[in-house]
Design a protein around this ligand. Sequence first.
Ligand code: CP3
Length: 362
Amino acid sequence: MSQQPTTPTSELKNDRYLRALSKQPVDATPVWMMRQAGRYLPEYKATRAQAGDFMSLCRNAELACEVTMQPLRRFDLDAAILFSDILTIPDAMGLGLYFEAGEGPKFSNPIQSQADVDKIGIPDPEGELQYVMNAVRTIRKELKGEVPLIGFSGSPWTLATYMIEGGSSKAFTKIKKMAFAQPAVLHKLMEKLADSVTSYLNAQIAAGAQSVMIFDTWGGVLSPRDYNEFSLQYMARIVDGLTRHNDGRKVPVTLFTKNGGMWLEDIAATGCDAVGLDWTINIDEARRRIGDKVALQGNMDPSMLYASPQRIEQEVADILASYGQGSGHVFNLGHGIHLDVPPENAGVFIDAVHRLSRPYHR
Ligand code: CP3
């Protein structure tokens, strides 16, 4: 064979993260951090400056790979996450993503009407989004089977909030106006987004992602009924359409709804492998409510990383005790690491998870 195969998943040197997601025994609780590549690392800022701006960094497979690897060189992390963004899909749909300094993401052509929704197509993952798949392939090669690679997407609801609000929002009045005054138009958009996310994640899996996560950052701003109608229903549809086995191994799917603690049972019932938790729920309660149905990921308050090493270790110990004995827990922050956290504190956190969790796996 002339083509060099990528290392099969079964040959992973550290598969704690994948094992925990399948509730198989592990020697220690695996840990990674949401937004582990980013501005709290000086080396990230240097590589971003080299790329010019954030989207140019995402579009350059070598540099996206470099920033994915940076946190792994510093810390004993159990997984890598693709360096990209959830807003690549709306950008590929022609909405014109740009970042204004200090203001977060913006779209030059937000969705305002049925005509705008009708115009939108399903992006080709190996076409407009090929730069993402190239990054996945490059990162997999560079990881050399050390730890698994996580692929990701935004949920249809969360993507739609940015597409309709035109950027970040506090009250979400534009998308809620569409949800309640023109529900058929919003559902049409959601269907297109669900199809787009499904083919995008399946392409990431085909390119080498060994697990995928869906970020529903804004599902928690909905009422329980509306959450089901506008967010969960579409995530469930995506879970149904995903490639669940690849390269001789299960490809676990994690769903994370920030502020979704009220709906854990419903999220677990989608058929996902794991539910991501923010810090507004105790993990023992989550485990009790979900039972052994799925694994749990979380859930330290990211602001705890501002505290002293002793306080961080205490918090890790408390969360481990709260989860209790056995596998099925992937330690993480309840949301992304803050950009002004001292990197040493992230190291304290990660080492504490490994050191303090061993007694729970005997
Ligand atoms: O290391 C990783 O976790 C992988 C990379 C990653 C980024 N964004 C890089 C990024 C991931 C997984 C995301 C997901 C993402 N992007 C979400 C869901 C998770 C969450 O935080 O709730 C959302 C809502 C977005 C949308 C987005 N992208 C926002 C709101 C911003 C601005 C945030 C800010 O802090 O300014 C971005 C830009 C972005 N995405 C940055 C990074 C590292 C900062 C860009 C920079 O200035 O370098």
